[in-house]
Design a binder for this molecule. Structure first.
Ligand SMILES: Nc1ncnc2c1ncn2[C@@H]1O[C@H](COP(=O)(O)OP(=O)(O)OP(=O)(O)O)[C@@H](O)[C@H]1O
Length: 310
């Protein structure tokens, strides 16, 4: 369990993290989403003791990270794969971590196998690794102590499609075994494919949170007809919200059945009708994070499900 409660971090006049509250639960992958500069990395740094909060608390398994006696055994952390020591080989990096944590050396080979780094690759210096290989090494280091919690900042960076699929499966099975995963990204599609819960932040504040299913439901229905303007007008006059996209699709808060009935009643042949997918979630994400005003989070269009905020 990760608990962030009223967490705030100011740098001079800038409030990088602003009264942030959410939890990441065991058995679930929690996606932590936000555009550049939203405060994701600062939050993860506060959570892992690399920065101190101005106010509020961030705890892992009920304790501040700094109070965990041997943190690597409880929490696996990967914040910046490119920051690993370039002069060490991959194996040396793992052996150092293994000794620091007091683990058997066999664990190093087990992790290399798990992340798909060959023995030959493990003997190369990290400076000669691709970003994808560094991510794999970083994940191996994070998993070395068999922790119950994983905190990962943009772990898909640099991975090829097969690597992304591999990481997704790895995180899924980690969560299915009861682990807690908190994973940050600015890539909505990546988060949507893996996360059970999503917390969206903008300007250091939570702007939407809930299960991925709830947020997708909140994204509504996508309906397409030849005359998008007429379709929008028909939906609006039936009391629904409707937004016509540039590609002719209309996203509405009407259910699929109601949207179809409204179009039929208006004499508009429907060419596509389905639950809105990640495209609509992406529009929601952009909308939610577009508001520059820190004092007024733009949550009006999307309800925050009760219980989603701790
Ligand atoms: N040590 C620091 N001193 C001053 N400002 C900082 C410091 N660390 C972060 N900030 C500022 O806090 C804000 C949030 O930054 P943060 O790196 O947490 O965002 P992010 O969501 O992780 O963005 P990105 O996706 O680009 O990594 C930014 O405006 C950043 O410039």
């Amino acid at each position: 369990m990760i608990r962030i409660a009223s967490l705030t971090r100011r740098y001079g006049d800038l409030t990088a993290v602003d009264d942030l509250t959410f939890t990441a639960s065991p058995g679930r992958v929690t996606g932590f989403l936000g555009p550049n500069g939203a405060g994701k990395s600062t939050t993860l740094r506060l959570l892992t003791g690399l920065a101190t909060p101005t106010a509020g608390t961030a705890t892992v398994l009920g304790r501040r990270y700094a109070d965990l006696p041997n943190p690597g055994l409880d929490v696996g952390v990967l914040l910046d794969a490119s920051a690993q020591h370039g002069g060490r080989t991959g194996r040396e990096t793992l052996v150092l971590a293994q000794r620091t944590m007091g683990l058997p050396e066999a664990q190093v080979d087990a992790m290399l196998d798990l992340v798909g780094l060959t023995r030959t690759e493990s003997r190369r210096r990290v400076r000669d690794y691709s970003l994808g290989m560094r991510q794999r090494l970083g994940i191996a280091t994070a998993l070395l102590g068999d922790p119950r919690v994983l905190i990962l900042d943009e772990p898909a960076n640099g991975l090829d499609p097969a690597g992304i699929r591999w990481m997704r499966d790895l995180l899924r099975s980690f969560a299915d075994d009861g682990g807690t995963v908190l994973l940050s990204s600015h890539l909505l599609a990546e988060i949507e494919a893996i996360a059970d819960d999503i917390v969206v932040i903008g300007h250091g504040r939570v702007v939407a949170a809930g299960s991925t299913a709830e947020l997708l439901d909140g994204a509504g229905t996508l309906v397409r007809a030849h005359d998008a303007a007429a379709l929008s007008a028909a939906l609006t006059s039936a009391g629904y919200r409707a937004t016509a996209g540039a590609d002719g699709a209309v996203v509405t808060d009407a259910g699929t059945v109601d949207a179809g009935l409204v179009a039929f009643a208006a004499g508009l042949p429907v060419t596509e009708l389905r639950c809105a997918d990640g495209t609509a979630l992406e529009e929601m994400f952009l909308d939610l994070t577009a508001d520059d005003r820190r004092d007024r989070p733009s949550v009006g269009a999307v309800p925050i499900p009760s219980g989603a905020l701790a």
